[in-house]
Each structure stands twice: as structure tokens, then as C-alpha cells.
Design a protein around this ligand. Structure first.
Ligand SMILES: NC(=O)c1ccc[n+]([C@@H]2O[C@H](COP(=O)([O-])OP(=O)(O)OC[C@H]3O[C@@H](n4cnc5c(N)ncnc54)[C@H](O)[C@@H]3O)[C@@H](O)[C@H]2O)c1
Length: 342
């Protein structure tokens, strides 16, 4: 049995509890340090999770020097992701980072280049693609059970009141949440984004400073069209956090409510005005399907560090999802169709 991989977690805010809960179930990981600009936040997490052997601090460089970890969990706010990741790479650490990869494309490209130069893994938590139903839906699409994919739509309508950094964030829906949905679309289609037109606005009654609603239309590299509609200040009739999806292929359609409800039907005969259709059996989850949200991603990352393999959400791939976000923002700002570049 190897010694556990040593981990320092930076950023002990809201979502760090999810990381620490997951890590507590993994004997291959040892949390050796907790860092936050607010020392009290690091100390509180150490107490809450019984991490008596972990050091706490407010200085990442000093913590890395003192604890010599293998991995840094970057759970800081988006504006700090680049600096924390570069600091960790400079100390020879692998980095698993919260979404979004970075708060600009320039910062994202610098992250990808720095990971390559350092010869270390940097991957992003995209927990919403590590769910059982999206894996089953992906199998249905990949097996061409709907024919050739032509159209993908997703609706995201929720009204959460977070407080904190999101209240003042520019492009809050696109940058902080739509990254999940865009990444899910890319995963489902298995194609790259080409161009986007986006309308972004902050509706009357919004409790956010900027950009709580958006509608975006993407051209994808396989010729399909992905349309996104979303709001973070929609009261009533909530969708799931995974969005509500319709997938249309040349011979069938699938509906997924983003939770348990997943149905599909395809043409089975010529019919009359409408073709005859039959309900499809959506493929079952396979043993090698990657699921488990944060815990699934953290376990995969640790296994990749051990084996020298590449995680699914490696930054060199994940930057394409972030590019969808920034192209959508550029389109909304310029009111023009924008090529998606990374
Ligand atoms: N994957 C998901 O489902 C999910 C859910 C929520 C949040 N997130 C992401 O997780 C990240 C953190 O979100 P949160 O809700 O926990 O935010 P938060 O504001 O509750 O916590 C962030 C913490 O990071 C600390 N911090 C900021 N800069 C730092 C630095 N340079 N070094 C050390 N600590 C620093 C802050 O003091 C704060 O305690 C964001 O990128 C967010 O988008 C992801």
C-alpha cells in the first residue's frame, strides 16, 4: 500500500465542505494543510472535519514549503484560480481546481501552458457531467439511437440567493454557472464549439449586479446547433441544476429533466401525417462510466496522479468549455456572432 497522496486545500469557503467530505472517504488522500486568506475559515474547516494533523494558514507559499504536498485543491474564487494554480505548479504540485478554469481566456491559456511546462496535471471540477443520467444519455446519442444529432437545447431557471462574490460578479450566470451547462453540452454532443450569438441581461427584480439571464445559440463542429436559455433570478417553476434538455436527431428525440426523468423515442414506421415512433430503452450505466460528482472527479484525479494518465476534465480540454463562456460574453457585449477560439 502506497503512502496517501498529500493534499493542501486552498479556499475554505462554501463549496470546500463538499471537497473535504469526499476526501474524508478516500484513504489514498491525506489533507495535510488548509489555507484561506481568512485564517478563521481554514481553522473552522479543520475543526469541522476533525483534521487534527492538518496545518492551517493564510499563506499558500509558506504552507506548500512546510507540508510538501503532491496535490493542491484550488477551491478559491475564480479571480484567484490562476495565481493559486501557478503557485502550486511552481512547487511541483498537481492541481485540481474548481470551475471555472479561470476568469479570462488569457488566464486560462496561461494555466494550460504552465501545466504543460511543469509536467503536472491540472484539471477542473465539472461535477455536473459526472452524473449517472448524463452518462446514459451520452451513450444513447453516441450509439446513434436518435440518428445523426442535429439539435440540442437546455433550459436553466433557478432563483438562488448566494450572497458573497456572485452578487457583484460581472456576467454572473455565464461565467459562474453556464460553464457547467456548456460543458455538459460539449460532453453530450462530443463536438467542439464553432461560433455563438448571445443576448445577456439583468432582468428587473434581479438581486445580482450584472448578467443574471442569458440566451445563447451555438454552432457546433458536427453541424448541430445548441441553444441555451438560463436565468439565476427566475422565481418559481425551477429546473434542476443540471438544466432541462431536449436532444433531437435525424430519427428521434430525447428529453432529460436534468434529474431522474430520461425518455427517448425514435421513428419505427412510416405512419401518416406523423411517422410512427416507439419509445427507446436508454442504455444502462456501464461499469466504466464516470459518475459521483465531486467525489468521482477527485477519485479519478488521484488515480491519474498515481498512474500518470490524463483526467477527463484536464485543462487542455476544459478550456474549450470556458471558450464557449467567453465567446458568449463577447457576443453579448458586441451584439455580434462570435467565433469560439481557445
Ligand atoms: N462545482 C460546483 O458545483 C461549485 C459550487 C459552488 C462553487 N463552485 C466554485 O468554487 C469556487 C469557490 O466557491 P465558493 O462558493 O466556495 O466561494 P466562497 O466565497 O464561499 O469561498 C471562497 C474562499 O476562497 C478564499 N480565497 C479567495 N482567494 C484566495 C486565495 N488567493 N488564497 C486562499 N484562499 C482564497 C476566500 O477567502 C473564501 O473563503 C468558485 O470558483 C466557484 O465557482 C463550484
Amino acid at each position: 500500500m502506497n503512502n496517501p497522496l498529500r493534499v493542501v486545500l486552498a479556499g475554505c469557503g462554501g463549496i470546500s465542505a463538499e471537497w473535504l467530505r469526499a476526501a474524508a472517504q478516500m484513504p489514498d488522500l491525506a489533507i495535510v494543510g488548509l489555507v484561506d486568506l481568512r485564517l478563521a475559515a481554514a481553522e473552522a474547516r479543520a475543526v469541522e472535519f476533525g483534521l487534527t494533523a492538518a496545518q492551517t494558514g493564510d499563506d499558500l507559499v509558506a504552507m506548500l514549503a512546510a507540508t510538501q504536498p503532491d496535490i493542491v485543491f484550488n477551491v478559491t474564487i475564480p479571480a484567484a484560480h490562476l495565481a493559486v494554480t501557478l503557485t502550486a505548479l511552481a512547487q511541483g504540485c498537481h492541481v485540481l481546481c474548481e470551475k471555472p478554469l479561470a476568469d479570462s481566456m488569457d488566464a486560462a491559456r496561461r494555466t494550460v501552458a504552465a501545466a504543460e511546462d511543469a509536467g503536472r496535471l491540472v484539471a477542473i471540477i465539472q461535477n455536473r457531467r459526472y452524473q449517472p443520467q448524463i452518462r446514459r444519455l451520452r451513450r444513447l446519442i453516441a450509439a446513434q439511437q436518435l440518428g445523426a444529432l442535429t439539435t440540442l437545447t437546455s433550459d436553466f431557471y433557478l432563483g438562488p440567493r448566494f450572497g458573497g462574490f456572485r452578487d457583484e460578479m460581472q456576467h454572473v450566470l455565464l461565467l459562474d454557472m453556464a460553464i457547467h451547462t456548456f460543458d455538459m453540452a460539449r460532453f453530450l454532443i462530443g463536438a467542439d464549439p464553432v461560433a455563438v450569438f448571445c443576448k445577456e441581461w439583468n432582468p428587473a427584480g434581479s438581486w445580482y449586479a450584472h448578467g443574471a439571464s442569458a440566451i445563447a445559440l451555438f454552432e457546433m463542429s458536427d453541424g448541430s446547433v445548441y441553444s441555451y436559455r438560463g436565468s439565476w433570478c427566475a422565481e418559481g417553476a425551477p429546473t434542476s441544476w443540471e438544466s432541462s434538455w431536449r436532444i433531437v436527431g435525424s430519427s428521434g428525440s430525447a428529453l432529460w429533466d436534468g434529474a431522474e426523468q430520461l425518455t427517448a423515442a425514435a421513428v419505427s414506421g412510416p405512419g401518416g401525417f406523423f411517422a410512427d415512433t416507439t419509445d427507446l430503452i436508454v442504455p444502462a450505466l456501464a461499469d466504466d462510466d464516470r459518475i459521483g460528482g465531486h467525489a468521482g472527479l477527485i477519485a479519478e484525479f488521484a488515480a491519474c496522479v498515481r498512474a500518470g494518465t490524463t483526467p477527463e476534465t484536464h485543462v487542455a480540454d476544459n478550456i474549450k468549455s470556458l471558450a464557449m463562456v467567453f465567446a458568449a460574453i463577447e457576443s453579448a457585449t458586441t451584439r455580434r456572432m462570435v467565433d469560439v477560439m481557445w
